[in-house]
Design a protein around this ligand. Structure first.
Ligand SMILES: Cc1cc2nc3c(=O)[nH]c(=O)nc-3n(C[C@H](O)[C@H](O)[C@H](O)COP(=O)(O)OP(=O)(O)OC[C@H]3O[C@@H](n4cnc5c(N)ncnc54)[C@H](O)[C@@H]3O)c2cc1C
Length: 427
C-alpha cells in the first residue's frame, strides 16, 4: 500500500482557517516514554491528552501533521451513539446494554470539558437533526426517540414532522426529523490542534513528519522512524484508515473515502432560509449526505462517491448537483473548497479496540462516526494502559473481521460496496 507520509494538510476549509499551523520537530535520536502513540488524529491526540493528564510521559509520532487524517477533514458533526451499537450490546443484560448506550454519548462530555478547560477555539455549537427520507426512516427516528425516553436521557430531543423539518431546514427533501440538542458541530482541525497543544503543555512530546517504519515487540517495545526511535512501556496504534505498519491489522478496516464541498459565506437571508438554528444535519442512507454551516456561514456539504483522488474540481462537480437537490436556491453560489478524507470502516461497523500483545493496543474503525467516539476511545486507551479493562473489554471481545486482499483490491472493494449500498438506499 502506498504510504501517505511527510504531507502538508489537504486543501480543506479547515486547513484554510486553522488557528495555528503546527510545525513540530521530526523525531531524531533515541527517546523513551511511558507510552508511545502512533498517529496524531483524534484517537492518538485524545489518548495522549488523557494519559498526560494522568501523569504519564507520552511521545506521539505522526507521519504527517497533527489532524492531517480524517480528524482534520471531517464533517465536524458530534453525533451520539457508537457505530454497530446493536452488535456491541448483543447478549448483554439490560443494565449493561444501557451502559453501552451511555458510552455512546461520553465523548460529547469529554469534548465539551476540554474545550472549556483548555479554552480551545473550535466553533463548538449545540444542535443537530437526523432527517428522514422515507416512512421507514420516520419510524426508526420515532423508535430512537422512545429509547432515549426509556433510558431517561434528556438531550433536548424533539421529533419534527414534515412541516417542522421544512421550516427548520428550508428544504422539501425530508419528511421528518429528530432534533437532538446535545449533539452539535465544531471545527475539527482546530479541536485536534487545541488538544495537541493541551497535551504538550502537560509534557507530551509530538513529532510530526515522523512515519513509524518498524515496531519491535517485547517487554519494552521500540518504535522506529527513519531518524530515531522511542522505547516505551506501552504503544498505542492510532493510525486508523491511514495505518500502514502493523501487519496484524492489515485488512481489518476498509478505507472508504468521503468528500466535502465548502461554499463561499452565505448571505444572512440565505442562512435564515436554510438553517436559521445552525444545526448539523445527517440523512440515514448508507451513502449518506451530511451538512452544516461553518462559523462564517459557509455551507459544508458532504457525501461519498466512487472516487479515490483529491482533485477539488472533480469533488465539486460530483457533489454540487447532489447539494442542489437539497438547496436549489444555491445554484448561483460559488463553492470554494472541495476535499476528501479516508474513513476506517469495519465489516460489522463496530469500532475495533484491542491488543496486539500485552503492551501494544490499537483503536480504529469508527465507521464514519468518530468525532465523539474517538474521544471516548482515547479515554479507554488511557484506562487500559493503566490496567483498567472494563470498557476496553466491551470492544475487545469482538475480534476484527479481516477483509481478505483488502490491501491489494481496496478500490474495487469500495466500489462494489458503494454499488451495493446505493441499491439498498434505493429500495
Ligand atoms: C470526509 C469525512 C467526513 C467525516 N465526518 C464525520 C462527522 O461529521 N462526524 C463524525 O463523527 N465522524 C466523521 N468522520 C469520521 C471521523 O473523522 C474519524 O472517525 C476520526 O477522525 C478518526 O480519527 P483517528 O484519529 O482514528 O484517525 P485519523 O484522523 O485518520 O488519524 C490517523 C493518523 O495516523 C497517522 N499515521 C498512520 N500511520 C502512521 C505511521 N506509520 N506513523 C505515524 N503516523 C501514522 C496518519 O498520518 C493520520 O494523521 C468523517 C471522516 C471523513 C473522512
Amino acid at each position: 500500500m502506498k504510504a501517505n507520509v511527510g504531507q502538508e494538510h489537504t486543501s480543506s476549509y479547515y486547513a484554510a482557517t486553522v488557528n495555528r499551523v503546527t510545525n513540530f520537530d521530526k523525531l531524531k535520536g533515541q527517546k523513551s516514554a511511558d507510552v508511545c502513540v502512533i498517529g496524531a488524529g483524534f484517537t492518538g491526540i485524545s489518548t495522549a491528552l488523557h494519559l498526560a493528564e494522568r501523569g504519564y510521559s507520552v511521545h506521539v509520532l505522526e507521519a504527517n501533521k497533527v489532524g492531517w487524517g480524517a480528524s482534520g477533514r471531517n464533517g465536524g458533526q458530534i453525533i451520539g451513539g457508537i457505530s454497530g451499537e446493536t452488535r456491541l450490546s448483543k447478549g448483554l443484560s439490560k443494565d449493561d446494554e444501557k451502559r453501552v448506550f451511555e458510552m455512546g454519548w461520553q465523548g460529547h462530555k469529554i469534548i465539551r470539558d476540554r474545550v472549556s478547560k483548555y479554552n480551545i477555539k473550535c466553533d463548538l455549537k449545540q444542535g443537530y437533526v437526523d432527517v428522514a427520507i422515507k416512512p421507514k426512516h420516520v419510524r426508526d427516528l420515532e423508535n430512537y426517540a422512545k429509547v432515549l425516553d426509556e433510558y431517561n436521557f434528556d438531550f433536548g430531543q424533539e421529533l419534527l414532522n414534515q412541516d417542522e423539518v421544512r421550516q427548520t431546514l428550508g428544504t422539501e427533501k425530508y419528511i421528518g426529523g429528530l432534533k437532538i440538542n446535545y449533539n452539535g458541530h465544531l471545527h475539527p482541525l482546530n479541536l485536534c490542534v487545541g488538544e495537541a497543544d493541551a497535551a504538550r503543555a502537560l509534557g507530551a512530546v509530538i513529532s510530526e513528519k515522523s512515519p513509524v517504519i518498524k515496531i519491535t515487540h517485547g517487554v519494552k517495545p521500540v518504535v522506529e522512524t527513519q531518524h530515531g526511535s522511542v522505547e516505551a512501556d506501552f504503544v498505542v496504534l492510532a493510525g486508523n484508515a491511514y495505518h500502514f505498519i502493523e501487519p496484524k491489522l492489515r485488512g481489518a478496516v476498509l478505507p472508504v473515502k468521503s468528500f466535502i464541498i465548502g461554499s463561499e459565506p452565505l448571505s444572512s437571508e440565505l442562512v435564515n432560509k436554510i438553517n436559521p438554528q445552525d444545526l448539523a444535519v445527517c440523512d440515514p442512507n448508507y451513502i449518506l449526505e451530511y451538512f452544516r454551516l461553518s462559523a462564517d456561514k459557509r455551507l459544508l456539504f458532504g457525501r461519498r462517491f466512487p472516487y479515490f483522488g483529491d482533485n477539488p474540481e472533480i469533488i465539486k462537480n460530483a457533489l454540487i448537483p447532489k447539494m442542489l437537490k437539497v438547496y436549489p436556491e444555491l445554484k448561483n453560489t460559488n463553492f470554494e473548497f472541495g476535499w476528501g478524507g479516508t474513513i476506517g470502516v469495519t465489516v460489522n461497523r463496530v469500532p475495533q479496540l484491542g491488543r496486539i500483545s500485552d503492551n501494544i493496543f490499537y483503536s480504529q474503525g469508527y465507521s464514519g462516526h468518530g468525532v465523539n467516539v474517538t474521544h471516548l476511545a482515547g479515554q479507554i486507551m488511557a484506562d487500559i494502559v493503566g490496567g483498567t479493562a472494563e470498557r476496553f473489554d466491551v470492544f475487545s471481545k469482538i475480534k476484527p473481521i479481516i477483509f481478505p486482499g483488502q490491501h491489494l483490491f481496496r478500490n474495487q472493494l469500495v466500489s462494489l460496496g458503494m454499488l451495493y449500498y446505493r441499491l439498498i438506499d434505493a429500495l
